[in-house]
Design a protein around this ligand. Sequence first.
Ligand code: SF4
Length: 366
Amino acid sequence: MPNSIPTTDLKTLHRADLKTFFEELGLEKYRSDQVFQWMYQKNVASIDEMTNLSKQFREQLKEKASIYTIRPVQEQLSSDGTTKFLFELEDGKRIESVLIPEFFDDGVADRLTVCVSSQVGCVFGCAFCATGKMGLFRNLKVGEIVDQLAYINLHTLEKYGKRITNIVYMGMGEPFHNYENVIESAHIVCEPKSIGLSPKRITISSVGLTKMIKRFGEENQPFNLAISLHAPNDAKRDKIMPINESMDLKSLKEALQFYFKKSQNPITYEYLLFDQFNDSKEDAQELAEIARWVPSKINIIMYNKVLDVVLNRASEQRLNSFLKTLTNLKVRATVRRSRGDDIDAGCGQLAIREGQPKGKTIAKVN
Ligand code: SF4
């Protein structure tokens, strides 16, 4: 007869709850550390694979607990080394993560950045984003976020001989819309028994959820904050980012000033440069004003075209004059060149192609 007693999926638990779970079973603390390491460093798919635990202990644990590990289903490798991973979740939903390697001149890997997903789809419907077109299906659980990183970390150890060096929460979903699980996952990967990354190597990027930006500052979270800005004024931002209608630039400014006062951490503005939309001299001048709200830098991103989106990547010529205006105005700006052009590297493009139906949205965007 199949065992009908429900077990606890240990990967849905936050660290404190995992410890409590083991305490309640009357088990020593080091047991929970061992299990933690198997789950988040060695990325095993079952309790049976935790081989430094006795068979008897594993059998006991399986009566109360289980683990679920996300399943890799596809990998796309770009000629520039960018790799996109498609993962399947327990309920059949699919998410993606991107590994963006940067190399020294001699070809040795320098930075190994992973762009991680925080939700299945996204409710915010930004006009330029493939994930936004899917709508939101659900939040990712803690383990589903960490699994992406643990899997890719093993991949980089094998392929490049080193662990991942940076994490950006800029994949599918709005991280601050799944705040608790995202923050917990970031703390988990900083643990020495997991990937052991410094919090300063982790950036959480938000579309501008003002309440959560304030909370992030209030809690003094040790991670970096980036804001997906993409437009230099409300009129343009309204056109491409429906969130701006309820949380406009004035409220964003107020939230960021609160955040900076609490954390003293500078922020990064992500700015996709769209041809003839937000790339004029006047746009750069307005952007420079925003850059002075709090200490910050601008990260200009060259757009990866998404199917059925009318916006296009700005030309090199327009990029250069945009940058020149910013530099003349003494704004710190860097350019992130588009990576993985020959694969579906824009967030959500691979998952959406796999035919998921539409989820929840806050706005209809053409
Ligand atoms: S850009 Fe981010 S917030 Fe906007 S729709 Fe895409 S995933 Fe959501």
